[in-house]
Design a binder for this molecule. Structure first.
Ligand SMILES: [Zn+2]
Length: 189
């Protein structure tokens, strides 16, 4: 079994990846639902993903791991632990990404780590913020790359699973046409 196949198993087992007929928060319908927090609530799964991602980022020899809160907190910490380097995070303050709790690390090499990357917007914000202080952005990693290669990040994006899930507006959804019951993830009956 490959690392990606094992991860896919963990995503399903933890309920982080569901397959069926879903109404997403955007209002669009999809046959897939992904919520990485459900995977990362299990420390053993978080450690597996962190170690696997660390192996992909190790060749870039980062001095620190940097993540955007909240999505990047757990996986960023796990990657930093596996690489034995410090972990810093940025957070939004009145809509603006800031390095609120840490002094600027100076002219170090860093990697940005997130759970899921779709547009790469948050990674781009935190990476650019630290670069302004003379640090060097040497790589980016995520558990699931949903960008389909369309992200605007500098350099290569390293992920454990690259996947694009199709979405439809309710009127054009083939699953609605099949009469499959619609599920709103996160809601409890
Ligand atoms: Zn539908």
């Amino acid at each position: 079994m490959t690392e990606t196949e094992r991860l896919q198993e963990m995503l399903s087992e933890s309920g982080a990846h569901l397959q069926g007929h879903f109404c997403l928060t955007s209002g669009l319908h999809s046959a897939n639902y992904l919520q990485c927090a459900l995977l990362l609530r299990f420390p053993a799964f978080a450690a597996f993903a962190g170690e696997a991602l660390a192996r992909r980022l190790e060749p870039f020899r980062p001095d620190i791991v940097l993540s955007p809160a909240i999505g990047g907190l757990i996986i960023g910490h796990e990657v930093a632990r596996a690489l034995d380097v410090p972990f810093l995070f940025c957070e939004r303050q009145e809509g603006v990404m800031t390095l609120r709790r840490f002094p600027h690390p100076g002219p170090v090499s860093f990697v940005v780590v997130e759970d899921v990357i779709t547009t790469g917007g948050s990674s781009l914000e935190v990476g650019s913020l630290i670069e302004q202080g003379g640090a060097r952005w040497v790589g980016t990693g995520c558990i699931v790359d949903r960008s389909g290669g369309s992200h605007r990040l500098p350099g290569a994006l390293h992920s454990l699973w690259g996947v694009r899930f199709e979405t439809w507006s309710p009127g054009e959804c083939p699953l609605c046409a099949q009469g499959l019951p619609l599920v709103k993830p996160g809601s409890r009956v």
